[in-house]
Design a protein around this ligand. Sequence first.
Ligand SMILES: C[S@@+](CC[C@H](N)C(=O)[O-])C[C@H]1O[C@@H](n2cnc3c(N)ncnc32)[C@H](O)[C@@H]1O
Length: 412
Amino acid sequence: MNQKIMVTEPEAGENEVDTGYLSINIPLDSSFGPRERKLLDLLKKKIPARDCYFSLTDSELTFCYKTVDLDKIKALIEEHYLKTKPDEKNTSGHGKIIFDSLIDHVENNRSYGIKGRKRIYVGYNEERKVKGRKAQVTKRCSYFYAYPNNFTREVNEIPKEFENQILCGDSESVLKKLPDNCVDLVFTSPPYNFGLEYDTGEDGQHWESYFNKLFLIFDECIRVLKYGGRIIVNVQPLFSDYIPSHQIIANHFMEKKLIWKGEIIWEKNNYNCKYTAWGSWKSPSSPYLKYTWEFLEVFSKGDLLKSGLRENIDITGDEFKKWVVAKWSIGPERNMKKFDHPAMFPEELVERSLKLFSYQNDVILDPFNGVGTTTAVAKRLKRRYLGIDVSEIYCKKSELRLKELLDSYVSL
Ligand SMILES: C[S@@+](CC[C@H](N)C(=O)[O-])C[C@H]1O[C@@H](n2cnc3c(N)ncnc32)[C@H](O)[C@@H]1O
């Protein structure tokens, strides 16, 4: 049953009642009968009042809470309604809606975090072991490496000839034609220098010249990024060369005064390892480590906060809860043969990143756009986009992908 009951919170400032609990009120009607009262008795017995408790008047049920083990309460409610029969005079069974609505409301209320199995809604600072946390943070100087910088808050519109385009060329020279501060988010994965067979070849230079070229392009990306904009780089280091590309790239961004917002592990669960000679077999002399994941390095320009309109947020509560846990289990792209590209990332990786770090209508740039995974997802998620790739063939495939997306809308 999808029916919900209006749950009200007292006016702002009043909902943290003098006892230090948050509270919500639920109006009662005839559906609240003896069966519900029994459930209240049960919850009283099973849930410690120092965490949360109910109080009941003739017309209202009030739930007061500091910390809540939502799973336990949900299980108790479900079990109660399974095990008990509807009251003789009240057979509607609607009483459960009261408790479901309550749980729904608490679940959607922002908590400070989870301790054990309990969500903490009040008294977070009391729980923390560090005293005078704010002063300590100021003293330590968070992201000290990002100061001083010359970034300005000036915003430029992306010129029309670059908006929603796939451009073929070397990103370094194409990006030079863009004004400063006109892109909201860069999402990309550069060629890895593994010797993969791209259409234009040349994926295996001396590491130094590889990074020199990469950084010329990334510096342009930083320049065109708006204040508060994000740059997310998916990278797989070449472990067998002992080159930690993800760290080298991260260091470069920090040298350029970007703020490290975090690192996401893209767990591909790819145990399909080709090599059986694992370094020095069964010997500590030089064991060779194996990885089933890649990295996403996330950086911000100037500010960790990114402004945007509330109505342009498209991430759901469930998605947000799951995706802020920075280990994403997503299988590798299965369509590389179809697109004839050796190093595509899956659409889901882009989808999560765009919904978590950008707003609808934002401008998304991929300077190594390949066959257009980033641009196709950006379009599908109602973002504006610019994709650049040096290969004409890949650019044509990206265009085709966008056209197919458009055709699918028309046929709906
Ligand atoms: C790892 S692939 C990106 C694949 C893409 N994420 C996808 O899903 O299709 C890197 C791409 O960078 C392109 N590339 C290499 N050097 C470039 C440059 N200087 N400017 C623009 N693109 C370049 C290659 O052609 C290749 O398609």
